[in-house]
Design a protein. Structure first.
Length: 146
């Protein structure tokens, strides 16, 4: 037989209120703090590697199907500004991820580029620039450097 008094006896369906334990509260606060710190670090690092692309000019091919896109790219304080050239369709938006550059130079002056025919591009970089990439072809298009 139950020896509890009628005042402390629980009836069916009644919930017992339990005070939170200090360790449980501390663990919850620490978990929320770690999650918040992780989010802040992720946000900062996500922006750290972000690059800005600025299209400087576009040179249409003689057959008006393609274009040379001359663009500048800056990523962060530790990566120098570059001038890059890609071949992309004449219409539509440009993305260097979709249309990777065939020529990349440290930004040091004007890069001349021109179509010699539908399948040939001529590129004249500044004389004393640092060249990071200099491909001989961009798909089916041949690249000539002067």
């Amino acid at each position: 037989m139950d020896k509890r008094s009628d005042a402390t006896a629980m009836t069916p369906g009644e919930l017992k209120v339990v005070a939170p334990r200090p360790l449980t509260v501390a663990a919850a606060v620490i978990a929320i703090g770690v999650a918040g710190l992780g989010y802040v670090m992720w946000s900062v690092m996500d922006d750290f590697g972000a690059c800005t692309t600025v299209e400087e000019r576009s040179i249409p091919s003689p057959d008006r199907k393609s274009r040379i896109v001359v663009f500048g790219r800056a990523c962060n304080a530790t990566v120098p500004l570059t001038t890059q050239l890609s071949v992309a369709p004449l219409t539509g938006s440009f993305s260097p991820e979709t249309y990777p550059p065939f020529f990349v130079t440290r930004d040091g002056g004007h890069v001349d580029a021109a179509w010699r025919s539908d399948g040939v591009i001529e590129v004249k970089p500044p004389a004393d620039t640092v060249i990071y990439r200099q491909e001989r072809n961009a798909g089916d298009i041949r690249i000539i450097y002067k």
